[in-house]
Design a protein around this ligand. Structure first.
Ligand SMILES: Cc1cc2nc3c(=O)[nH]c(=O)nc-3n(C[C@H](O)[C@H](O)[C@H](O)COP(=O)(O)OP(=O)(O)OC[C@H]3O[C@@H](n4cnc5c(N)ncnc54)[C@H](O)[C@@H]3O)c2cc1C
Length: 478
């Protein structure tokens, strides 16, 4: 049976970043993920905002990890070559009733030690963002906030961890945990088993179930879905900052934001759902997004929607992150209830958790040859003509455009199939290259990409899946 120093349950941004942080040390680490790829939980469907830190309640772990995590994440994005931008954000008040909320958030931000906050008038807000509603009377400007591509971040973090020796096991749905003689024995639904001395629970919406399996299930995750509408790049320049409304009982409310890839994103809603897998969208919630987004930015053209999607928050009563060593099960770490701003905090959480493990007895000796950087994948569309000609001369696959909407070449698709963590399905290729993320949403390029996956893996196109399991796309050959 394979045996590791540390096992991590869940390969979202939290588990992925902890794996990267642990890869600095002379340890054997294994990341266990139930899906066919990393970043398939909340990490793939969120707003992608690097929050400034003005929002969490002062004194909470969230407030502390957000304040220190913001600059840490910007730094990690640079090291890992992940698309990100410090685009600033605004929380807007619509009239005198909402204005005190702006002042409260400003004070809260000061208490949290956040710099770069400014309360501005509605006119000043419109000078910065001409598309804003004339109904906005006051706003909090947050200069240290930004945007990031959350799945690129996680793929890069896991890839970097793997380059530094971490093992990733996918399709490993943990369904049993035993502890004997100081070792965790962790079993998967399909009969695989691994052992580890430490076990870190980063299972998102399933963290309560993993904690119960380990013998310390003292909290319940209340999954809360957030639906989004993503607009074509023709709408991407409508605002350059992320535009929030004042928070209500449903959280931070509906935002309007550019994405790092040049699209415009609106959402999220907030409604209770059964589980982390409840990622459906509904006409009712999409209508609500349109109504509330138009309140902030009236000109958004919803005829340019290219897709809608939903992500599920792993919320708990009390609202703070649960990050601590178990009181009951030695060497078991809870990293649960990582809802917003969990993406912003991924690096600060990772550092916090590794420190916590060290205090619990994990021996940390630094590797001499650890490399925390990762090369940018070759992005053909960003190259100038000389660079394009050079890479095509070296590898003609870069001369063949496969995804016309996003200008993605066969060379890039092949890179996604060969670079760790390799893509195993159509969605995996999409998240790594952006093929299928454009206006036609994969209508033209999917069959050819399926053919490339089949050729590369030595299978038939009927064996290629959308996202693992039985999500087959082609039934048989006509
Ligand atoms: C709608 C929405 C908007 C958000 N917006 C922002 C934002 O703008 N900024 C921000 O900072 N944060 C935001 N967040 C929060 C952020 O997305 C999360 O904090 C972060 O993605 C949590 O990552 P995670 O790795 O803890 O969880 P997840 O990404 O959910 O990962 C958990 C992993 O565990 C795996 N797993 C589950 N059960 C098992 C099992 N039995 N065996 C093995 N693996 C298992 C899952 O498949 C999954 O991959 C938002 C969240 C949502 C839902």
């Amino acid at each position: 049976m394979e045996r590791y120093d540390v096992l991590i349950a869940g390969a979202g941004v939290t588990g992925g970043m902890i794996a990267r942080e642990l890869s600095r040390y002379n340890l054997s680490v294994c990341l266990l993920e139930k899906e066919n790829d990393v970043a398939c939980g909340a990490t793939k469907a969120n707003s992608g905002i690097i929050h400034g830190g003005h929002d969490p309640v002062p004194g909470t772990l969230k407030a502390r990890l957000n304040a220190i995590g913001n600059p840490m994440l910007f730094e990690a994005c640079r090291q890992l070559n992940v698309p990100h931008r410090r685009n600033e954000s605004m929380v807007c008040a619509f009239g005198p009733d909402e204005e005190p909320a702006v002042d409260r958030l400003y004070q809260r931000g000061l208490e949290n030690g956040i710099e770069g906050l400014e309360v501005i008038t509605g006119d000043m807000a419109r000078q910065l963002e001409p598309a804003l509603s004339t109904q906005i009377t006051k706003a909090l400007l947050i200069k240290n906030s930004g945007i990031v591509c959350p799945y690129s971040l996680t793929i890069a973090a896991v890839g970097n961890a793997m380059d530094n020796g971490v093992t990733l096991k996918r399709n490993f749905e943990i369904n049993k945990i035993e502890k004997t003689d100081g070792l965790f024995t962790v079993c998967s639904a399909n009969g695989e088993t691994v052992q580890g001395e430490y076990l870190i629970n980063c299972a998102g919406c399933a963290a309560d179930k993993i904690a119960a399996m380990a013998g310390d299930g003292f909290y319940t995750i209340n999954p809360r879905a957030g639906e989004y509408m993503l607009m074509d790049k023709s709408e991407g320049g409508r605002v350059s900052r992320t535009i929030f409304q004042t928070p209500g009982k449903e959280g931070k409310g509906i935002l309007v934001t550019p994405t790092v890839h040049g699209n415009l994103l609106t959402g999220p809603t907030a409604q209770a759902v059964d589980s982390g897998d409840s990622t459906f969208t509904s006409a009712q919630q999409l209508e609500k997004i349109q109504r509330l987004a138009a309140k902030s930015v009236p000109g958004v053209n919803f005829r340019q929607v290219i897709t809608s999607f939903s992500g599920v928050r792993s919320s708990v009563d009390g609202g703070d992150f649960i990050i601590r060593m178990s009181d009951k099960v030695e060497k078991f770490a809870h990293v649960a209830a990582i809802d917003s701003p969990g993406l912003t905090c991924c690096v600060s959480i990772a550092v916090y958790v590794v420190d916590m493990l060290a205090q619990a007895g994990l021996k940390l000796t630094e590797k001499e040859n650890w490399n925390g950087t990762r090369e940018d994948p070759l992005a053909f569309s960003k190259m100038d003509m000389d660079q394009k000609n050079k890479v095509i001369a070296e590898n003609p696959a870069y001369g063949k455009i496969v995804c016309r909407c996003e200008t993605i070449t066969e060379g890039e698709i092949m890179e996604s199939l060969t670079r760790q963590p390799v893509a195993l399905d159509l969605d995996g290729v999409k998240r790594r290259t952006r093929s299928g993320m454009g206006r036609c949403q994969g209508g033209f390029c999917s069959p050819y990409i399926m053919k490339l996956i089949a050729q590369h893996t030595g299978t038939d196109m009927t064996a290629v899946t959308k996202n693992g399991g039985s999500s087959y796309i082609a039934v048989h050959k006509l």
